[in-house]
Design a protein around this ligand. Structure first.
Ligand SMILES: [Zn+2]
Length: 467
């Protein structure tokens, strides 16, 4: 999850990690009991084997100070055991270098730290807290030095997942859309909500909203989210299996801030709003909120019904979700002005496509996936329009349907679809150039793509302006 200023555009979908099929004889793995007892939080790790070091699969840094969040929020209570940073990961080890005890107890102070490339915990103003489930996954290491040579690829290392149980002494927790007592799961890739915020259930959605969330945002989510999800279902066929949950937190009216962030997990959209700039509604802000809901909701199809194959293909899901949101807004609100948003995609792609779009995450240029992905989607849509008068959803539907079984929309499938619409491989080659090499003159390549696909624009003073 990312919290980005609105100006920066959007939120990032992190790929959910591998799902574990629990077999009949559950394999041995570390177990963790996470407990809330009023203000006191603890995690008790029970390791299934001896190891001198245990490393945390997800060891992100805080955005604010680029420090490991866990070290600031967790305290090891078990004597002789320390939590520390080694290279790119957080580890548990013993002071004397011996084997870590089979049981280690940690106390925690959960906070809404905004993390780099990982899901943050959410803190609600009534004291409720939503913990991201996979922060408790650990794997054994032979030494602290071995930890130094282990790199965190961003959203987590491959490795073992813990069996985690969630307990709130005050009552059931909310997990996967239902209140449950002491649920247990492995690699859940979700959130568990501790606290009394009501779950509001409607036929299409369940929502959990911070009681202090500005009222207009709550109203917009309640009104617009079901509509946009219905629209996607009408255009693209069945979406999420179960009724989705939307969890919305409010980080307060900080002065000069105006931020919406969010992410999508299995059957769950998580959103966080912050800043005095979002307290009062305006038509512009309302459109941004709707766009944001539309983008996140789009990931139930482009992200979950089908997902990308590797992170390098995030342009398929992020750019695709951007254009889905824009087209849905136009369909649901005829007064919505799409041109400005589409122009921003073109401008940002021009700026960023001088380097390979597919490796943008290595340079921290995630915006390239949104902007260039949306432009590629516009190009495919342009050809669809020429052929059938259709739009982006008509491009997507067969791509999604063809992959409902394997759940992956590969780059090859996407590009083959483009080629079929264009009737010519040269369009595909232009897109591949931007994906794999970047262009010394992105304007020239994008101009060619827009012109061929019939997207109306003009070029003046080296700038491409959509009409
Ligand atoms: Zn996204």
């Amino acid at each position: 999850m990312r919290l980005l200023a609105i100006a920066a555009g959007a939120a990032v979908l992190l790929a959910a990690c591998a799902t574990y099929a629990p077999d009949a004889e559950e394999s041995a793995r570390p177990a963790v009991l996470v407990t809330r007892d009023g203000e006191a939080w603890s995690a008790e790790f029970t390791f299934d084997r001896d190891s001198p070091v245990w490393g945390f699969r997800r060891s992100a840094l805080r955005r604010s100070d680029r420090q490991p969040w866990r070290l600031a929020r967790w305290t090891v209570e078990t004597p002789g055991v320390v939590l520390e940073r080694q290279g790119e990961i957080d580890i548990l080890r013993t002071v004397n270098g011996g084997t870590v005890p089979r049981t280690v107890r940690v106390t925690m102070r959960p906070a809404a730290d905004n993390l780099e490339a990982d899901y943050p915990n959410l803190v609600f103003t009534d004291g409720s807290v939503a913990l991201f489930t996979d922060h408790f996954d650990v794997f054994p290491l032979s030494s602290a030095d071995a930890a130094l040579n282990t790199t965190d690829g961003g959203s987590g290392l491959e490795g073992e997942a813990s069996r985690v149980t969630w307990r709130d002494r005050a009552g059931p927790v909310l997990f996967r859309g239902k209140r449950r007592k002491d649920p247990t799961d492995i690699a859940a890739a979700s959130y568990v909500l501790f606290g009394g915020i009501p779950l509001i259930e409607t036929p299409r959605l369940a929502t959990v909203m911070d009681p202090r969330l500005p009222a207009w945002i709550g109203a917009e989510i309640n009104d617009f989210a079901p509509k946009v999800v219905d629209y996607y279902a009408a255009r693209l066929g069945a979406g999420p299996r179960d009724r989705p949950t939307i969890m919305v937190s409010w980080n307060g009216p900080a002065k000069g801030r105006r931020s919406m962030g969010g992410s999508v997990l299995d059957g769950l959209i998580v959103m966080a709003f912050e800043g005095d700039g979002v307290v009062e509604s305006s038509p512009e802000l309302r459109d941004q909120a709707r766009w944001f809901i539309g983008h996140e909701g789009a990931h139930f199809w482009l992200g979950q019904v089908v997902r990308y194959e590797t992170r390098r293909d995030a342009w398929i899901t992020e750019g695709g979700a951007d254009l889905m949101a824009i087209r849905a807004l136009q369909a649901l609100d005829p007064a919505y002005e799409a041109r400005q948003e589409l122009q921003r995609e073109v401008d940002d792609c021009v700026t960023l496509a001088d380097k390979p779009v597919s490796t943008a995450h290595e340079r921290g240029e995630l915006r390239a996936y949104y902007a260039c992905g949306a432009v590629f989607a516009m190009v495919a849509e342009g050809f669809q329009k020429q052929r059938t008068g259709g739009d982006w959803f008509d491009v997507l539907r067969p791509l999604i349907d063809a992959n409902r079984a394997d759940e992956v929309l590969t780059r090859e499938e996407w590009l083959a679809g483009l080629s079929a619409l264009a009737g010519d491989a040269s369009v595909r080659r232009d897109v591949e150039q931007l994906l794999d090499q970047g262009a010394s003159d992105p304007v020239a390549v994008l101009e060619r793509l827009l012109k061929r696909s019939g997207v109306p624009f003009q070029r003046s003073n080296g700038k491409l302006t959509l009409k």
